[in-house]
Ligand binder design. Sequence first.
Ligand code: TRP
Length: 504
Amino acid sequence: MSTTTRGSWNSKLGFILAASGSAIGLGNIVFFSSNAYQYGGGAFYLPYFFALFVLGLPIMMLEFGLGTMTGKSFPLALRQVSGRKGEFLGWWAIISALFITSYYIALLGWAFGMMLGAFNGLFEPGVTAPFAPFAEPSPEPSAMIFFFDLIASWKTIIFILIIWSLNMLILWRGTSTIEKVVRVFVPLMWLFMICLVIRGATLEGGFNGIMYLFTPDFSGIADPTVWKGAFSQMFFSLSLGLGTMTAYASYLPKDSDQINNSMLVSFLNCGFEFIAGLAIFSILFVFALNPAGTTLSLSFFVIPQGIGAISEYAWVVKIIGFAFFLLLVVAGLTSSISLIEGPASALIDKLKISRAKALAMIAIPGFIGSILFGLPTIVDPDLINNGTLGLNLLDITDHWVFGYALLVVGFVQTVLMGWVLGADKLRAALNKHSKIKLGKWYEILIKFIAPALLLGIIVLSLLQEEGLYGHDFELAGMNWLAIFIPIFWLVVSIGGAAYLTTRE
Ligand code: TRP
């Protein structure tokens, strides 16, 4: 298949915007803040920077390099350099990406609903949700009750449908439309974020939050869960470990400088994450809000609660609230399109089918998945557990797929590239078109250090699992779900990968 039918970026800027748009998403805005808080603020920083320089940046070079070396999307690119086992890993990553996409889009659907809610009750008293203890109208505005009402309501299906449709629209013509959209969306989300950080930091007391986040604290360093948190955060934030960056890089000319591109995208991403951390921590501290608990509570209850208190003028609150959720939607969209483009380009390359068909193969199961996550009433019609069952499902999926898939792919791909292809060949390919040359250290990193670290952290965290799922979740008589979800994921991803790998 020729490059023109596969797609190609019109300019280097287009690629950088698309790849950084992929990287910057919910991961930077909400997952980062809640991880940083959960793992002790300043204690998170050392593992985080370590993860950036020792894993993130070198592995981004690897994934970009793989894309330009082969001009193919992830599974076939891995096959070209390392044979069938590589292709199998590639499909496993692609199918796992679909699991992540389906709940990522459910989150975006909720963000969309909250965005509309900013002008429609979110910041006003009198909200209710259709189950105890929230059935009585609240005397104060409550983002939490508003949110529970949202996820118990069928209109959420429409919001999720809107987000899926937007994704399909953007992806319909491949790189050319992606490029048009990121040219507008990516600068826009920087602008929103800069406004938010200025507002946060100028609040009286906002600086304390920033201090909490950036005062080094070395007490957590001996705890492997902090390291695992930092590693998976870094992989997710940089969009590594699911073949996304390889697909995007495969649309570049062969002589692209991937060392330079990797540095640009990583620093743009981590710079955004840094600013987002400033904005969110300053707001949290001013209003003495506790972001503990899940990521979901941070983005859907805690931050809006803080925004509700940000000004005495109701219209200011509404506009800031609207802008915050619009930021989530815009940043999330430029990421979700990449989560879908990876699998789409893999299916197009392998099955030689049209883009429309590949997108349909992804969107139909993906939409069903998003609804199951996004609307707990479907799995839990009686809303036992105060409607939190759906949230727990999402959390369990996230725990396994996000917690392990990216790191496992990271581990196996470094082994394949380092040992099967040969780290020397990878380094030579990267250096060939680059101004900055990688030294011998890069080979040592890809062959020994990165895989050893990744394997170590995977094994340690498996050992720390208490049973199949260690959290003290109340699944209301549906405890089988805690076991069903990881098994379902493994069966579908391994079975699907085996099928696609053996198919000619
Ligand atoms: N990086 C995105 C975020 O921070 C999410 C994302 C998009 C992603 N594509 C990916 C994560 C591929 C892992 C792999 O929100």
